[in-house]
Design a protein around this ligand. Sequence first.
Ligand code: HEC
Length: 130
Amino acid sequence: MMVTFMRYCAMLLMMLLLAGCGVTDSAPRGDSAHGERIFREGLNDAPPCMTCHQTAANATGFSLGPNLAGVAERAATRIDGMTADDYLRQSILDPHRYLVPGYRSIMYPQYATVFNDQDVLDIIAFLRTL
Ligand code: HEC
């Protein structure tokens, strides 16, 4: 009887712990592997980010857009009062709002019609790994 009761308590405790983890996990988070796939392959008919962006810090050669190595750190400093995540989101969904110095306004402007919220979170998660 006592053993059963203790097992029951242990089970309850486990459930509480798991539920506790669930709470911290429920915040929306990006899947960087999926973000990387979109970055390399595009989505539906939208062009891959890779068409214009390099990601290796030591990359050489020409590309139309800025190298994105370390972009999350720069993102936090681009616009006063804007967090890195908000800036990255704006860069993807409304790329012409802010222009990276030295670059022209030629980024593909229609991603907002192609990506859902989760896609954007996933891409941001991937950009944060660069
Ligand atoms: C047709 C070329 C092109 C494509 C495709 C493209 N970009 Fe860009 N991107 C640019 C150019 C050019 C700039 C710099 C001008 C500007 O700020 O809009 C830029 C700027 C950015 C910036 C700002 C970087 C910084 O240092 O502030 C981010 C972030 C970014 N792009 C992410 C993406 C992502 C993610 C994708 C794919 C979903 C993508 N881009 C697809 C050309 C492109």
